[in-house]
Design a binder for this molecule. Structure first.
Ligand SMILES: [Zn+2]
Length: 165
């Protein structure tokens, strides 16, 4: 008498499938068959996984679009000029500029000693930097470094084109 290798599994999704368990040791098959019976069948599992991935992609896309709209509105409100670069770089650069300047405003004005007048000067300088790639490069910069970074960007007209954009 040998332990059977083909097990008929009733999956939780209601589907039934014959599974070949010959690659499992004979004394492990019953336990594995029980475990399988507590799962969805392969097709249902794959379908739900694909659904999750589509949901996630759609969610990310919606979130990105929302951030983009927010950054565009912010740029208009603070009279930030259009950026230069490829379409993709411009869209990303607008989000980075919004993020960098909002973080700097919080750190320098709300949480430190920078006056509104001084901040307006920083904003004025920020308006002159219109290269999308520059803002993308500064997206992880420290708010405290912004003044120095802007200064470096505006004082020297050196070729600093980022080859990626
Ligand atoms: Zn199924």
């Amino acid at each position: 008498m040998t332990v059977k290798t083909i097990w008929s599994i009733n999956h939780t999704c209601g589907h039934q499938a014959d599974r070949d368990l010959s690659d499992r040791a004979a004394d492990r098959r019953a336990g594995f068959a029980e475990w399988l019976a507590r799962q969805e069948c392969t097709n249902c599992w794959r379908a739900s996984k694909e659904g999750d991935e589509q949901d996630k992609a759609a969610w990310l896309k919606a979130k990105r679009a929302e951030e983009q709209a927010e950054s565009e509105a912010w740029s208009e409100q603070y009279r930030m000029p259009p950026l230069e670069g490829t379409e993709r770089a411009v869209a990303w650069g607008v989000r980075c500029r919004h993020q960098v300047l909002a973080a700097a405003y919080t750190a320098l004005v709300l949480e430190a000693e920078t006056t509104e007048t001084e901040w307006e000067g920083i904003e004025e300088t920020a308006r002159t930097v219109t290269r999308a790639g520059w803002w993308i490069d500064q997206r992880s910069s420290e708010p405290d470094d912004l003044t120095e970074l802007l200064q470096a960007a505006t004082e020297a007209d050196r070729p600093t084109e980022n080859p990626h954009f």
